[in-house]
Design a protein around this ligand. Structure first.
Ligand SMILES: Nc1nc2c(ncn2[C@@H]2O[C@H](COP(=O)(O)OP(=O)(O)O)[C@@H](O)[C@H]2O)c(=O)[nH]1
Ligand SMILES: [Mg+2]
Length: 292
């Protein structure tokens, strides 16, 4: 049973290859890559397949959805990601100010390039980047924010790949207007569950009760206090998941006609509140979990 449910959600290697080829092709046109990672699941949004393709490029990691994740964990993750020539920043795209922070960071690369070219007597340099990330991580939101800030409309690039257009953000920086979409890679069942918990992959792919069990074991381990605050309950580590569901269902009136607890509805509501930060700011994949 366990292995069966996960088997179906492995992407065909062909799909992964196609997505990667598209990215490799466009990669030739840029100086560096902006990799978006969901700060709540930085491991599962870090596709090792892609990381291999972009290993020779400089990277700016943006840990997105700062408003939904555990600040302390995001800071630790940022430290881990900022190494060699790579930069990292924790971002909340709901806050417009974030764009300036990102541009300040990118200035580091611009200055490096300027310095290199100045030696050759070239004064005006510009730098180009593309955005990559798994679905729902905030790629479109970010590109739209950049487009609003830009000084020029996207323009077609004659001669090069026809489909590539650039957003001229300022005189030194251009951003490819279409992101590279990554398929999340399910390294293991845990990864699949984490992606399903946040709705990155359809929750129907895993049985809802299994998802709830995983959610509760995570909540019990790290955030029972916040959970109790949200539902005005006093659950302890000893309480069984069925009991927790029953209590919340009754409080919310999620009872069927025949007086049965509507488990499905209750789980869906709790999951939805979890995803939207209503229960609290949570990081599922924590720095002590694994090394990246
Ligand atoms: N709370 C929050 N939501 C965000 C943030 N960035 C993006 N979103 C939301 O996440 C969802 C997916 O964003 P989108 O840009 O379409 O992701 P894409 O699939 O990578 O292009 C949308 O509902 C966005 O409004 C963020 O920093 N915080
Ligand atoms: Mg999008």
């Amino acid at each position: 049973m366990e292995n069966k449910s996960i088997k179906n959600i492995h992407w065909f290697p062909g799909h992964m290859k196609k997505a990667s080829n598209l990215i490799s092709e466009k990669l030739k046109l840029v100086d560096f890559v902006i990799v978006l990672l969901d700060s709540r699941i930085p491991l599962s949004s870090y596709n090792p397949y892609l990381m291999d393709i972009i290993k020779d490029k400089k990277k700016v990691f943006l840990l997105t959805k700062e408003d939904l994740s555990d600040e302390e964990e995001s800071l630790k993750r940022k430290e881990k990601l900022s190494k060699d020539n790579d930069l990292a920043l924790i971002v909340d795209f709901k806050n417009q100010k974030v764009i300036n922070d990102i541009l300040n960071l990118i200035n580091i690369y611009i200055d490096e390039k300027k310095e290199k070219y100045l030696k050759k007597g070239i004064k005006n340099v510009s730098i180009r980047a593309m955005v990559v990330g798994i679905p729902n991580v905030g790629k479109s939101t970010f590109i739209n924010l950049m487009a609003k800030k830009s000084i020029a409309l996207s323009k077609n690039e004659p001669g090069v790949t026809k489909s590539v257009r650039w957003i001229k953000v300022n005189k030194n920086f251009e951003l490819m207007d279409t992101p590279g979409i990554l398929l999340p890679q399910f390294k293991d069942k845990k990864s699949a569950i984490n992606l399903a918990l946040l709705g990155t992959i359809k929750e129907e792919i895993l049985p809802l009760d299994e998802l709830f069990t995983s959610l509760m074991s995570f909540i019990k381990k790290y955030y029972l206090k916040e959970f109790n605050l949200r539902y005005k309950t006093d659950f302890t580590l000893l309480d069984k998941d069925e009991y927790i569901l029953e209590v919340i269902a009754k409080k919310r009136g999620f009872i069927n006609k025949d007086n049965q607890v509507d488990n499905e509805k209750t789980i869906k509501v709790i999951l939805n509140e979890f995803r939207n930060g209503i229960i609290g700011k949570f990081t599922i994949e924590r720095v002590e979990d694994a090394n990246i």
